[in-house]
Design a protein around this ligand. Structure first.
Ligand code: GLY
Length: 567
Protein backbone atom coordinates (compact mmCIF):
# COMPACT_ATOMS: atom_id res chain seq x y z
CA UNK A 1 0.00 0.00 0.00
CA UNK A 2 1.24 3.41 -0.91
CA UNK A 3 0.70 6.07 1.71
CA UNK A 4 2.03 9.44 0.79
CA UNK A 5 1.32 12.71 2.50
CA UNK A 6 1.84 16.14 1.13
CA UNK A 7 0.42 19.47 2.14
CA UNK A 8 -2.55 21.34 0.95
CA UNK A 9 -4.17 23.93 3.06
CA UNK A 10 -7.73 24.41 2.09
CA UNK A 11 -9.00 27.24 4.19
CA UNK A 12 -12.24 29.01 4.77
CA UNK A 13 -14.32 29.53 1.62
CA UNK A 14 -11.28 28.70 -0.46
CA UNK A 15 -9.71 32.00 0.58
CA UNK A 16 -6.28 30.54 0.96
CA UNK A 17 -4.94 27.60 -1.00
CA UNK A 18 -1.27 26.69 -0.62
CA UNK A 19 0.13 23.78 -2.54
CA UNK A 20 3.52 22.32 -1.83
CA UNK A 21 3.31 18.89 -3.37
CA UNK A 22 0.34 16.84 -4.43
CA UNK A 23 0.00 13.17 -4.95
CA UNK A 24 -2.83 10.73 -4.87
CA UNK A 25 -3.11 7.61 -2.78
CA UNK A 26 -3.81 4.38 -4.66
CA UNK A 27 -4.26 1.04 -2.95
CA UNK A 28 -4.89 -2.50 -4.14
CA UNK A 29 -6.74 -4.97 -1.91
CA UNK A 30 -8.70 -8.19 -2.09
CA UNK A 31 -11.23 -7.96 0.76
CA UNK A 32 -12.34 -4.45 1.60
CA UNK A 33 -11.62 -0.80 0.92
CA UNK A 34 -12.26 2.65 2.40
CA UNK A 35 -11.40 5.84 0.51
CA UNK A 36 -11.79 9.27 2.10
CA UNK A 37 -10.25 12.74 2.14
CA UNK A 38 -9.10 12.17 5.72
CA UNK A 39 -6.76 9.35 6.72
CA UNK A 40 -7.92 9.33 10.34
CA UNK A 41 -11.49 8.67 9.24
CA UNK A 42 -10.39 6.00 6.76
CA UNK A 43 -8.48 4.20 9.53
CA UNK A 44 -11.70 3.93 11.55
CA UNK A 45 -13.59 2.55 8.53
CA UNK A 46 -10.87 0.01 7.80
CA UNK A 47 -10.83 -1.20 11.43
CA UNK A 48 -14.61 -1.68 11.26
CA UNK A 49 -14.31 -3.73 8.06
CA UNK A 50 -11.54 -5.85 9.53
CA UNK A 51 -13.66 -6.46 12.62
CA UNK A 52 -16.32 -8.00 10.35
CA UNK A 53 -18.52 -4.95 9.84
CA UNK A 54 -20.14 -4.45 6.44
CA UNK A 55 -19.85 -1.46 4.12
CA UNK A 56 -22.69 0.38 5.87
CA UNK A 57 -21.09 -0.13 9.30
CA UNK A 58 -17.82 1.23 7.92
CA UNK A 59 -19.54 4.19 6.25
CA UNK A 60 -21.45 5.13 9.42
CA UNK A 61 -18.37 4.76 11.65
CA UNK A 62 -16.23 6.79 9.23
CA UNK A 63 -18.84 9.54 8.93
CA UNK A 64 -19.04 9.94 12.70
CA UNK A 65 -15.24 9.83 12.97
CA UNK A 66 -14.82 12.49 10.30
CA UNK A 67 -17.24 14.72 12.22
CA UNK A 68 -14.39 14.76 14.76
CA UNK A 69 -11.28 14.68 12.59
CA UNK A 70 -12.39 16.58 9.45
CA UNK A 71 -14.71 19.38 10.62
CA UNK A 72 -14.26 21.33 7.39
CA UNK A 73 -16.95 19.06 5.89
CA UNK A 74 -17.29 15.96 8.09
CA UNK A 75 -20.24 16.57 10.32
CA UNK A 76 -23.17 15.80 12.53
CA UNK A 77 -24.47 19.34 11.98
CA UNK A 78 -25.08 19.00 8.23
CA UNK A 79 -26.57 16.50 5.84
CA UNK A 80 -25.95 14.25 2.87
CA UNK A 81 -26.77 11.16 0.89
CA UNK A 82 -25.89 7.45 0.74
CA UNK A 83 -26.15 5.21 -2.31
CA UNK A 84 -25.94 1.57 -1.19
CA UNK A 85 -25.61 -1.40 -3.52
CA UNK A 86 -25.55 -4.87 -2.10
CA UNK A 87 -23.41 -7.53 -3.71
CA UNK A 88 -26.56 -8.98 -5.33
CA UNK A 89 -27.20 -5.70 -7.13
CA UNK A 90 -30.09 -4.46 -4.94
CA UNK A 91 -29.65 -0.73 -4.65
CA UNK A 92 -31.19 1.92 -2.44
CA UNK A 93 -30.46 5.43 -1.22
CA UNK A 94 -30.73 7.27 2.08
CA UNK A 95 -31.63 10.96 1.91
CA UNK A 96 -30.49 12.91 4.97
CA UNK A 97 -30.46 16.33 3.37
CA UNK A 98 -31.11 19.21 5.77
CA UNK A 99 -34.55 20.82 5.85
CA UNK A 100 -35.74 24.41 6.07
CA UNK A 101 -36.96 25.21 9.60
CA UNK A 102 -40.73 25.47 10.04
CA UNK A 103 -40.44 29.26 10.43
CA UNK A 104 -38.70 29.64 7.02
CA UNK A 105 -40.38 31.55 4.20
CA UNK A 106 -39.70 32.00 0.49
CA UNK A 107 -38.68 35.64 0.93
CA UNK A 108 -36.82 35.35 4.24
CA UNK A 109 -33.55 36.64 2.75
CA UNK A 110 -35.02 39.74 1.09
CA UNK A 111 -35.09 43.30 2.40
CA UNK A 112 -38.12 45.58 2.27
CA UNK A 113 -37.30 46.43 -1.37
CA UNK A 114 -37.25 42.77 -2.37
CA UNK A 115 -33.44 42.72 -2.67
CA UNK A 116 -31.31 39.89 -1.37
CA UNK A 117 -29.63 40.81 1.94
CA UNK A 118 -26.01 40.00 1.16
CA UNK A 119 -24.77 36.88 2.97
CA UNK A 120 -27.97 36.43 4.99
CA UNK A 121 -28.59 33.10 3.21
CA UNK A 122 -24.95 31.97 3.46
CA UNK A 123 -23.27 33.29 6.59
CA UNK A 124 -25.84 34.08 9.23
CA UNK A 125 -27.69 32.07 11.91
CA UNK A 126 -30.66 32.02 9.55
CA UNK A 127 -28.62 30.10 6.97
CA UNK A 128 -28.63 26.99 9.17
CA UNK A 129 -30.88 24.16 8.03
CA UNK A 130 -32.21 21.40 10.30
CA UNK A 131 -29.32 18.88 10.36
CA UNK A 132 -29.93 15.45 8.86
CA UNK A 133 -26.69 13.51 9.30
CA UNK A 134 -27.45 11.73 12.58
CA UNK A 135 -30.91 10.62 11.38
CA UNK A 136 -29.46 9.41 8.06
CA UNK A 137 -26.64 7.43 9.61
CA UNK A 138 -29.05 5.97 12.16
CA UNK A 139 -31.54 4.92 9.47
CA UNK A 140 -28.81 3.39 7.27
CA UNK A 141 -27.39 1.47 10.20
CA UNK A 142 -30.76 0.29 11.57
CA UNK A 143 -31.78 -1.12 8.18
CA UNK A 144 -28.50 -2.35 6.75
CA UNK A 145 -25.79 -2.41 9.43
CA UNK A 146 -24.49 -5.58 11.04
CA UNK A 147 -22.48 -4.41 14.07
CA UNK A 148 -24.11 -2.75 17.08
CA UNK A 149 -24.84 1.00 17.04
CA UNK A 150 -22.38 1.48 19.89
CA UNK A 151 -19.68 -0.31 17.89
CA UNK A 152 -19.94 2.14 14.99
CA UNK A 153 -20.07 5.33 17.02
CA UNK A 154 -17.55 4.51 19.78
CA UNK A 155 -14.46 5.16 17.60
CA UNK A 156 -15.64 8.76 17.06
CA UNK A 157 -16.23 9.21 20.79
CA UNK A 158 -12.72 7.92 21.49
CA UNK A 159 -11.22 10.32 18.96
CA UNK A 160 -13.08 13.28 20.45
CA UNK A 161 -12.37 12.28 24.04
CA UNK A 162 -8.79 11.05 23.85
CA UNK A 163 -7.80 13.45 21.10
CA UNK A 164 -6.83 13.18 17.49
CA UNK A 165 -3.56 14.26 15.96
CA UNK A 166 -3.83 17.87 14.79
CA UNK A 167 -3.49 17.90 11.01
CA UNK A 168 -1.85 20.70 9.08
CA UNK A 169 -5.10 21.54 7.30
CA UNK A 170 -6.93 22.08 10.61
CA UNK A 171 -3.95 23.88 12.13
CA UNK A 172 -3.59 26.43 9.35
CA UNK A 173 -7.32 26.98 9.38
CA UNK A 174 -7.02 27.72 13.11
CA UNK A 175 -4.31 30.29 12.37
CA UNK A 176 -6.41 31.82 9.62
CA UNK A 177 -9.41 32.07 11.94
CA UNK A 178 -7.24 33.67 14.63
CA UNK A 179 -6.15 36.35 12.15
CA UNK A 180 -9.70 37.04 11.04
CA UNK A 181 -10.89 37.11 14.64
CA UNK A 182 -8.24 39.68 15.53
CA UNK A 183 -9.32 41.87 12.60
CA UNK A 184 -13.02 41.41 13.18
CA UNK A 185 -14.03 39.68 16.44
CA UNK A 186 -17.66 39.42 15.36
CA UNK A 187 -16.93 37.49 12.17
CA UNK A 188 -15.19 34.47 13.70
CA UNK A 189 -16.53 34.60 17.23
CA UNK A 190 -17.96 31.07 17.19
CA UNK A 191 -14.93 29.40 15.59
CA UNK A 192 -12.12 31.13 17.44
CA UNK A 193 -12.10 28.69 20.38
CA UNK A 194 -12.64 25.60 18.25
CA UNK A 195 -9.07 24.44 17.68
CA UNK A 196 -7.70 25.49 21.07
CA UNK A 197 -6.78 23.50 24.17
CA UNK A 198 -7.95 24.18 27.74
CA UNK A 199 -5.24 26.80 28.16
CA UNK A 200 -6.58 28.66 25.11
CA UNK A 201 -3.60 27.78 22.86
CA UNK A 202 -4.11 26.58 19.30
CA UNK A 203 -3.16 22.90 19.23
CA UNK A 204 0.00 22.44 17.14
CA UNK A 205 0.41 19.89 14.30
CA UNK A 206 1.19 16.49 15.75
CA UNK A 207 -0.24 17.35 19.20
CA UNK A 208 -3.48 15.77 20.40
CA UNK A 209 -6.60 17.85 19.80
CA UNK A 210 -9.39 16.96 22.24
CA UNK A 211 -13.08 17.84 21.79
CA UNK A 212 -14.87 17.06 25.09
CA UNK A 213 -18.14 18.85 24.19
CA UNK A 214 -18.42 16.88 20.97
CA UNK A 215 -17.62 13.64 22.85
CA UNK A 216 -20.54 14.35 25.18
CA UNK A 217 -22.93 14.94 22.26
CA UNK A 218 -21.74 11.74 20.58
CA UNK A 219 -22.25 9.79 23.82
CA UNK A 220 -25.89 10.95 23.91
CA UNK A 221 -26.30 9.69 20.32
CA UNK A 222 -24.61 6.40 21.22
CA UNK A 223 -26.89 5.87 24.21
CA UNK A 224 -30.21 7.08 22.77
CA UNK A 225 -29.79 6.61 19.01
CA UNK A 226 -31.00 9.44 16.76
CA UNK A 227 -33.25 10.63 19.63
CA UNK A 228 -30.07 11.54 21.49
CA UNK A 229 -29.66 14.32 18.93
CA UNK A 230 -33.20 15.24 17.89
CA UNK A 231 -34.87 15.02 21.31
CA UNK A 232 -33.88 15.53 24.94
CA UNK A 233 -30.95 17.53 26.27
CA UNK A 234 -28.98 17.99 23.03
CA UNK A 235 -32.07 19.18 21.13
CA UNK A 236 -33.06 21.53 23.96
CA UNK A 237 -29.55 23.02 24.13
CA UNK A 238 -29.35 23.38 20.34
CA UNK A 239 -32.75 25.06 20.16
CA UNK A 240 -31.81 27.35 23.08
CA UNK A 241 -28.56 28.28 21.34
CA UNK A 242 -30.38 29.01 18.09
CA UNK A 243 -32.75 31.35 19.91
CA UNK A 244 -29.82 33.11 21.55
CA UNK A 245 -28.03 33.77 18.23
CA UNK A 246 -31.11 34.53 16.10
CA UNK A 247 -31.42 31.23 14.23
CA UNK A 248 -34.74 29.61 13.41
CA UNK A 249 -34.37 25.97 14.46
CA UNK A 250 -36.61 24.93 17.35
CA UNK A 251 -37.08 21.70 19.33
CA UNK A 252 -40.16 21.09 17.15
CA UNK A 253 -37.99 21.29 13.98
CA UNK A 254 -35.53 18.79 15.42
CA UNK A 255 -38.20 16.36 16.63
CA UNK A 256 -39.89 16.48 13.21
CA UNK A 257 -36.76 15.72 11.16
CA UNK A 258 -36.73 12.36 9.39
CA UNK A 259 -34.27 10.79 6.97
CA UNK A 260 -35.88 9.04 4.00
CA UNK A 261 -35.04 5.91 2.03
CA UNK A 262 -35.64 6.51 -1.69
CA UNK A 263 -35.13 4.43 -4.82
CA UNK A 264 -32.02 5.50 -6.76
CA UNK A 265 -32.15 7.10 -10.20
CA UNK A 266 -31.04 4.56 -12.76
CA UNK A 267 -29.52 4.91 -16.21
CA UNK A 268 -27.34 2.88 -18.52
CA UNK A 269 -24.18 3.55 -20.50
CA UNK A 270 -23.36 0.70 -22.87
CA UNK A 271 -23.17 -2.45 -20.79
CA UNK A 272 -23.05 -0.55 -17.50
CA UNK A 273 -25.85 0.39 -15.08
CA UNK A 274 -25.58 3.74 -13.34
CA UNK A 275 -27.20 4.25 -9.91
CA UNK A 276 -27.12 7.64 -8.29
CA UNK A 277 -28.91 10.03 -5.97
CA UNK A 278 -32.42 11.19 -6.94
CA UNK A 279 -33.94 14.56 -5.94
CA UNK A 280 -33.56 16.40 -3.63
CA UNK A 281 -30.16 16.00 -5.19
CA UNK A 282 -29.85 17.14 -8.75
CA UNK A 283 -26.70 15.01 -9.00
CA UNK A 284 -27.97 11.68 -10.28
CA UNK A 285 -30.52 13.05 -12.73
CA UNK A 286 -28.09 15.52 -14.29
CA UNK A 287 -25.30 12.92 -14.40
CA UNK A 288 -27.46 10.40 -16.26
CA UNK A 289 -28.80 13.02 -18.66
CA UNK A 290 -25.21 13.96 -19.60
CA UNK A 291 -24.15 10.31 -19.94
CA UNK A 292 -27.15 9.73 -22.23
CA UNK A 293 -26.06 12.63 -24.43
CA UNK A 294 -22.47 11.37 -24.44
CA UNK A 295 -23.59 7.85 -25.37
CA UNK A 296 -25.54 9.20 -28.34
CA UNK A 297 -22.39 10.74 -29.81
CA UNK A 298 -19.99 8.23 -31.30
CA UNK A 299 -16.97 7.58 -29.07
CA UNK A 300 -14.70 7.90 -32.11
CA UNK A 301 -15.76 11.47 -32.73
CA UNK A 302 -14.55 12.67 -29.32
CA UNK A 303 -10.85 12.06 -28.83
CA UNK A 304 -10.05 12.36 -25.12
CA UNK A 305 -8.51 15.72 -24.21
CA UNK A 306 -9.11 17.26 -27.66
CA UNK A 307 -10.79 20.65 -28.08
CA UNK A 308 -13.75 18.83 -29.59
CA UNK A 309 -14.05 16.64 -26.47
CA UNK A 310 -14.19 19.70 -24.19
CA UNK A 311 -16.57 21.49 -26.55
CA UNK A 312 -19.03 18.60 -26.52
CA UNK A 313 -18.73 18.08 -22.77
CA UNK A 314 -19.44 21.76 -22.16
CA UNK A 315 -22.46 21.61 -24.45
CA UNK A 316 -23.82 18.49 -22.68
CA UNK A 317 -23.36 20.31 -19.38
CA UNK A 318 -25.09 23.47 -20.62
CA UNK A 319 -28.15 21.50 -21.70
CA UNK A 320 -28.39 19.27 -18.61
CA UNK A 321 -27.90 22.19 -16.18
CA UNK A 322 -30.73 24.05 -17.91
CA UNK A 323 -33.05 21.16 -17.03
CA UNK A 324 -31.59 21.08 -13.52
CA UNK A 325 -32.50 24.73 -12.94
CA UNK A 326 -35.89 24.46 -14.54
CA UNK A 327 -37.24 21.27 -13.02
CA UNK A 328 -35.38 20.04 -9.95
CA UNK A 329 -36.18 20.49 -6.27
CA UNK A 330 -37.37 18.52 -3.24
CA UNK A 331 -39.64 15.75 -4.63
CA UNK A 332 -41.83 15.89 -1.51
CA UNK A 333 -42.79 19.44 -2.56
CA UNK A 334 -42.56 18.89 -6.35
CA UNK A 335 -44.47 15.70 -7.11
CA UNK A 336 -44.47 16.41 -10.85
CA UNK A 337 -40.74 16.51 -11.67
CA UNK A 338 -40.65 15.04 -15.24
CA UNK A 339 -37.94 12.50 -14.46
CA UNK A 340 -38.92 10.12 -17.27
CA UNK A 341 -38.57 12.91 -19.78
CA UNK A 342 -35.25 14.22 -18.46
CA UNK A 343 -33.76 10.72 -18.31
CA UNK A 344 -35.11 9.65 -21.74
CA UNK A 345 -32.34 8.55 -24.12
CA UNK A 346 -34.09 9.72 -27.31
CA UNK A 347 -34.58 13.19 -25.86
CA UNK A 348 -30.90 13.26 -24.83
CA UNK A 349 -29.90 12.22 -28.37
CA UNK A 350 -32.01 15.05 -29.80
CA UNK A 351 -30.38 17.55 -27.43
CA UNK A 352 -26.91 16.28 -28.38
CA UNK A 353 -27.77 16.37 -32.09
CA UNK A 354 -28.44 20.10 -31.71
CA UNK A 355 -24.80 20.75 -30.81
CA UNK A 356 -22.88 22.61 -33.56
CA UNK A 357 -19.51 20.78 -33.72
CA UNK A 358 -17.69 24.03 -34.39
CA UNK A 359 -19.52 26.67 -32.40
CA UNK A 360 -20.51 27.24 -28.78
CA UNK A 361 -24.24 27.71 -28.16
CA UNK A 362 -25.45 30.59 -26.05
CA UNK A 363 -27.13 30.18 -22.66
CA UNK A 364 -30.41 32.05 -22.43
CA UNK A 365 -30.01 34.37 -19.50
CA UNK A 366 -33.67 35.10 -19.02
CA UNK A 367 -33.61 32.40 -16.43
CA UNK A 368 -31.09 31.56 -13.06
CA UNK A 369 -28.18 32.65 -8.74
CA UNK A 370 -27.15 29.67 -6.85
CA UNK A 371 -23.71 30.10 -5.40
CA UNK A 372 -23.07 26.75 -3.79
CA UNK A 373 -20.24 25.95 -1.41
CA UNK A 374 -17.47 23.70 -2.49
CA UNK A 375 -16.59 21.99 0.75
CA UNK A 376 -18.45 18.84 0.90
CA UNK A 377 -16.70 15.47 1.22
CA UNK A 378 -17.15 12.12 -0.46
CA UNK A 379 -16.18 8.62 0.69
CA UNK A 380 -16.38 5.18 -0.93
CA UNK A 381 -16.55 1.76 0.74
CA UNK A 382 -16.53 -1.90 -0.22
CA UNK A 383 -16.70 -4.87 2.12
CA UNK A 384 -15.53 -8.49 1.81
CA UNK A 385 -18.95 -9.60 0.51
CA UNK A 386 -18.90 -7.05 -2.30
CA UNK A 387 -21.45 -4.59 -0.84
CA UNK A 388 -20.67 -1.00 -1.77
CA UNK A 389 -21.46 2.40 -0.25
CA UNK A 390 -21.08 5.76 -1.93
CA UNK A 391 -21.58 8.53 0.66
CA UNK A 392 -21.34 12.30 0.24
CA UNK A 393 -22.13 14.67 3.12
CA UNK A 394 -21.67 18.36 3.67
CA UNK A 395 -21.88 21.49 5.78
CA UNK A 396 -22.15 23.53 2.53
CA UNK A 397 -19.22 26.01 2.95
CA UNK A 398 -15.95 25.01 4.64
CA UNK A 399 -16.99 24.72 8.29
CA UNK A 400 -20.56 25.51 7.19
CA UNK A 401 -21.96 28.59 8.90
CA UNK A 402 -18.73 28.80 10.96
CA UNK A 403 -21.01 28.62 13.99
CA UNK A 404 -20.15 26.00 16.62
CA UNK A 405 -23.24 24.85 18.52
CA UNK A 406 -22.82 26.29 22.03
CA UNK A 407 -21.59 23.63 24.46
CA UNK A 408 -22.32 20.83 21.98
CA UNK A 409 -18.99 20.95 20.14
CA UNK A 410 -20.06 20.62 16.51
CA UNK A 411 -20.15 22.97 13.55
CA UNK A 412 -23.52 23.88 12.05
CA UNK A 413 -24.26 23.90 8.33
CA UNK A 414 -25.24 26.88 6.17
CA UNK A 415 -27.21 24.75 3.74
CA UNK A 416 -30.14 27.18 3.40
CA UNK A 417 -27.91 28.93 0.84
CA UNK A 418 -28.67 26.07 -1.57
CA UNK A 419 -32.28 27.25 -1.94
CA UNK A 420 -33.19 29.75 -4.65
CA UNK A 421 -33.13 32.92 -2.52
CA UNK A 422 -35.02 35.40 -4.71
CA UNK A 423 -38.27 33.90 -6.00
CA UNK A 424 -38.63 34.37 -9.76
CA UNK A 425 -35.27 36.04 -10.34
CA UNK A 426 -32.75 34.29 -12.56
CA UNK A 427 -29.72 36.17 -13.83
CA UNK A 428 -26.87 35.69 -16.28
CA UNK A 429 -24.45 35.62 -13.33
CA UNK A 430 -25.97 32.41 -12.10
CA UNK A 431 -28.74 33.42 -9.62
CA UNK A 432 -31.60 30.91 -10.07
CA UNK A 433 -35.14 31.82 -9.05
CA UNK A 434 -37.18 28.92 -10.41
CA UNK A 435 -40.06 27.59 -8.32
CA UNK A 436 -39.05 23.97 -7.59
CA UNK A 437 -36.21 25.07 -5.29
CA UNK A 438 -37.77 28.07 -3.54
CA UNK A 439 -37.83 28.02 0.27
CA UNK A 440 -40.78 26.48 2.14
CA UNK A 441 -41.07 25.24 5.74
CA UNK A 442 -39.81 21.66 6.09
CA UNK A 443 -38.52 21.53 2.49
CA UNK A 444 -35.14 20.12 1.49
CA UNK A 445 -32.87 22.42 -0.51
CA UNK A 446 -31.65 21.18 -3.90
CA UNK A 447 -28.22 19.58 -3.79
CA UNK A 448 -25.60 18.75 -6.40
CA UNK A 449 -24.07 15.89 -4.45
CA UNK A 450 -23.64 12.89 -6.72
CA UNK A 451 -22.73 9.74 -4.81
CA UNK A 452 -22.79 7.13 -7.56
CA UNK A 453 -22.32 3.41 -8.08
CA UNK A 454 -21.81 1.93 -11.54
CA UNK A 455 -22.65 -1.77 -11.88
CA UNK A 456 -21.34 -4.29 -14.39
CA UNK A 457 -23.13 -7.63 -14.71
CA UNK A 458 -25.35 -6.61 -11.80
CA UNK A 459 -22.50 -6.08 -9.33
CA UNK A 460 -20.77 -2.95 -8.04
CA UNK A 461 -18.00 -1.95 -10.46
CA UNK A 462 -17.21 1.71 -9.76
CA UNK A 463 -18.00 3.65 -6.55
CA UNK A 464 -17.42 7.37 -6.93
CA UNK A 465 -18.29 10.91 -5.81
CA UNK A 466 -16.78 14.32 -5.11
CA UNK A 467 -17.25 17.64 -3.30
CA UNK A 468 -17.47 20.89 -5.24
CA UNK A 469 -20.97 22.41 -5.07
CA UNK A 470 -22.48 22.66 -8.52
CA UNK A 471 -19.22 21.41 -10.06
CA UNK A 472 -19.73 18.01 -8.38
CA UNK A 473 -22.00 16.61 -11.07
CA UNK A 474 -19.60 17.50 -13.86
CA UNK A 475 -16.58 16.16 -11.98
CA UNK A 476 -18.33 12.83 -11.41
CA UNK A 477 -19.68 12.81 -14.99
CA UNK A 478 -16.23 13.24 -16.55
CA UNK A 479 -14.68 10.60 -14.29
CA UNK A 480 -17.41 8.04 -15.01
CA UNK A 481 -17.34 8.88 -18.73
CA UNK A 482 -13.56 8.54 -18.93
CA UNK A 483 -13.65 5.12 -17.25
CA UNK A 484 -16.61 3.76 -19.21
CA UNK A 485 -16.03 5.30 -22.65
CA UNK A 486 -12.23 5.39 -22.77
CA UNK A 487 -11.44 2.40 -20.57
CA UNK A 488 -9.31 4.66 -18.45
CA UNK A 489 -7.79 3.36 -15.20
CA UNK A 490 -9.42 4.86 -12.11
CA UNK A 491 -6.33 6.81 -11.03
CA UNK A 492 -5.97 8.30 -14.52
CA UNK A 493 -9.67 9.19 -14.68
CA UNK A 494 -9.57 10.86 -11.26
CA UNK A 495 -6.49 12.88 -12.14
CA UNK A 496 -7.62 13.64 -15.74
CA UNK A 497 -8.30 17.31 -16.69
CA UNK A 498 -11.74 18.51 -15.70
CA UNK A 499 -13.95 21.33 -16.92
CA UNK A 500 -17.20 22.80 -15.61
CA UNK A 501 -20.08 24.53 -17.38
CA UNK A 502 -23.35 25.13 -15.52
CA UNK A 503 -25.47 26.90 -18.14
CA UNK A 504 -25.19 30.26 -16.39
CA UNK A 505 -22.87 32.05 -16.15
CA UNK A 506 -22.08 31.06 -19.74
CA UNK A 507 -18.43 30.08 -19.27
CA UNK A 508 -16.18 27.07 -18.95
CA UNK A 509 -14.05 26.68 -15.82
CA UNK A 510 -10.96 24.58 -16.62
CA UNK A 511 -8.05 23.22 -14.60
CA UNK A 512 -5.33 25.68 -15.52
CA UNK A 513 -2.41 23.26 -15.47
CA UNK A 514 -4.14 20.50 -17.41
CA UNK A 515 -5.74 21.95 -20.56
CA UNK A 516 -3.06 22.98 -23.07
CA UNK A 517 -2.86 26.55 -24.41
CA UNK A 518 -3.48 25.24 -27.95
CA UNK A 519 -6.68 23.55 -26.85
CA UNK A 520 -7.74 26.69 -25.00
CA UNK A 521 -7.22 28.71 -28.18
CA UNK A 522 -9.35 26.29 -30.21
CA UNK A 523 -12.16 26.47 -27.64
CA UNK A 524 -12.05 30.28 -27.64
CA UNK A 525 -12.26 30.27 -31.41
CA UNK A 526 -15.49 28.26 -31.11
CA UNK A 527 -16.93 31.04 -28.94
CA UNK A 528 -16.38 29.62 -25.45
CA UNK A 529 -15.40 31.91 -22.59
CA UNK A 530 -12.70 30.18 -20.52
CA UNK A 531 -11.94 30.77 -16.84
CA UNK A 532 -8.89 29.02 -15.34
CA UNK A 533 -9.21 27.49 -11.86
CA UNK A 534 -6.71 25.67 -9.66
CA UNK A 535 -8.64 22.44 -9.49
CA UNK A 536 -12.05 20.83 -9.79
CA UNK A 537 -13.24 18.15 -7.43
CA UNK A 538 -11.72 15.80 -4.87
CA UNK A 539 -12.78 12.33 -5.95
CA UNK A 540 -12.55 9.27 -3.74
CA UNK A 541 -13.33 6.14 -5.69
CA UNK A 542 -13.20 2.36 -5.83
CA UNK A 543 -13.05 0.21 -8.95
CA UNK A 544 -13.47 -3.54 -8.90
CA UNK A 545 -11.41 -5.56 -11.33
CA UNK A 546 -13.44 -8.80 -11.21
CA UNK A 547 -11.12 -10.95 -13.34
CA UNK A 548 -8.33 -10.52 -10.84
CA UNK A 549 -10.55 -10.22 -7.79
CA UNK A 550 -8.87 -6.90 -7.18
CA UNK A 551 -10.34 -3.86 -5.43
CA UNK A 552 -8.60 -0.64 -6.43
CA UNK A 553 -9.04 2.41 -4.19
CA UNK A 554 -7.95 5.88 -5.29
CA UNK A 555 -7.94 9.08 -3.25
CA UNK A 556 -7.56 12.28 -5.32
CA UNK A 557 -4.33 14.29 -5.15
CA UNK A 558 -6.54 17.25 -4.20
CA UNK A 559 -6.61 15.85 -0.65
CA UNK A 560 -3.09 15.05 0.45
CA UNK A 561 -4.41 14.11 3.90
CA UNK A 562 -6.77 11.61 2.29
CA UNK A 563 -6.22 7.88 1.95
CA UNK A 564 -7.33 4.73 0.22
CA UNK A 565 -6.95 1.97 2.83
CA UNK A 566 -7.67 -1.66 2.04
CA UNK A 567 -6.92 -5.16 3.26
N1 GLY B 1 -23.72 21.83 -0.41
C1 GLY B 1 -23.42 21.37 -1.70
C2 GLY B 1 -24.49 20.56 -2.31
O1 GLY B 1 -25.34 20.04 -1.61
O2 GLY B 1 -24.50 20.42 -3.48
Amino acid sequence: MKQIYSLRLLLLAGVLCLFSHQTMSQTYAAEGMVVTSNRQGAEVGLAVLKKGGNAIDAAVATSFAMAVTYPVAGNIGGGGFIVYMQANGETTTIDFREKAPLAATADMYLDEHGDLIINENHLSPKAIGVPGTVAGLYLAHSKYGSLSWADVIQPAIDLAEQGTEMLYSNYFTARFIEGRHEQNPEEMKYMNEFFRDDAGKIVEPGELWKQPDLAKTLRAIRDQGADGFYKGEVAARLAGFMKEIGGLITEEDLAAYEAVERPPVHGTFGEYDIYSMPPPSSGGVTLIEMLNMAESVSDDSLAFNSAEYYHYLAEFMRRAYTDRARYLGDPDFNPDIPLNEILNKERAARLAAGIDPEKASVSDSTQVQLPEGTNTTHMSFMDKDGNAVSLTYTLEYSYGSRIVAGGLGFVLNNEMGDFNPVPGVTTSTGLIGSAPNQIAPGKRMLSSMTPTIVAKDGKPYLVIGSPGGRTIINTVFQTVYNVLAFDMALDAAIEAPKIHHQWLPDQILFERDKVSPDTQALLRAMGHKLIPVNGLGDLNGILVEPRQNLIIGVSDSASPEGAALGY
